[in-house]
Design a binder for this molecule. Structure first.
Ligand code: ADP
Ligand code: MG
Length: 262
């Protein structure tokens, strides 16, 4: 059975895609079978996994319109070591097309169920909005991972996301939980970042992941080589942090599964 996680934050540029591709690569590195689903029409996670969005014959768009299954539409990110259900600009149209269709918020969920046995982890890279695409992600998932920078306005947008997760949990997907907040692009030399980090821990406690992702230039350089940082330069500080985060995720899932069966 696969565990499905959305990487979400309605702000752009906060590190969602970087988290998604590097967590996927980190999990693959420690032997997990991973599917990355790109739900952002920008297709950054697709390209950043080394899959060319411009030449993909099938994408997540086809899956949402039910003209292809996950098994038919996925591509292999050879060097990164995981499968990708890619996205490109075509996906921007899906938002409007879905409005007229039945089960519009559940289409990804249904499709992923059919691929349940193929993966240990499914990671969904969400667009920077609380749109129908993000809703499809949230309706499919067991958990939401929220990457955030420890900046002054970081907490502001969080309330909307937390409320959305609560509403989806109450009305559409009772499996959905806020798994955790991941501190990214962290620079401990900046006092404000340390203060916001402490506030986050005071406010959200266990929901803040132990792993902290540092600001690291190798992570930013990797996408231009079509590789996750974890594959591009495994010894870099950023890559090491994501491999550590992958371990933390496996531990959490293992602990959860043990608790559920006892
Ligand atoms: P989002 O998907 O939320 O829009 P991205 O993951 O694309 O955000 O990140 C935004 C920018 O910040 C990108 O240029 C990315 O390379 C850079 N970036 C993300 N995380 C880090 C990090 N830990 N260190 C340095 N640069 C980072
Ligand atoms: Mg992105």
């Amino acid at each position: 059975m696969s565990r499905i996680f959305c990487i979400a934050n309605q702000k752009g540029g906060v590190g969602k895609t970087t988290t998604c591709v590097n967590l996927a690569a980190g999990l693959a590195r420690i032997g997990q079978r991973v599917l990355l689903v790109d739900l952002d029409p920008q297709g950054n996670a697709t390209m950043g996994s080394g899959v060319d969005k411009r030449t993909l014959p099938t994408t997540v768009y086809d899956v949402l319109l039910e003209t292809a299954s996950v098994a038919e539409a996925r591509a292999r990110a050879e060097k990164a070591g995981y499968d990708v259900l890619g996205a490109n600009r075509e996906l921007a149209g899906a938002e409007v097309e879905l409005v007229a269709l039945e089960h519009r918020h559940e289409r990804l969920r249904r499709a992923l169920r059919a691929a349940d046995a193929d993966y240990d982890f499914v990671l969904i890279d969400c667009p920077p909005s609380l749109s129908m695409l993000t809703l499809n992600g949230l309706c499919s998932a067991h958990g939401v991972i929220v990457p955030m920078q420890c900046e002054y306005f970081a907490l502001e947008g969080l309330t909307d996301l937390v409320n959305t997760v609560k509403q989806v949990h109450a009305n559409l997907n009772k499996d959905l939980q806020l798994i955790g907040l991941l501190r990214v692009m962290f620079d401990p030399r900046i006092t404000l970042q340390t203060q916001v980090s402490d506030q986050l821990k005071a406010h959200f406690g266990e929901k803040v992941f132990n792993t902290v992702i540092p600001r690291n230039v190798r992570l930013a350089e990797a996408p231009s080589y079509g590789l996750p940082g974890v594959v591009f330069d495994p010894s870099s500080k950023g890559a090491q942090a994501f491999i550590e985060f992958a371990r933390e995720m496996v531990e959490r899932v293992t602990a959860e599964t043990a608790a559920a069966s006892s």
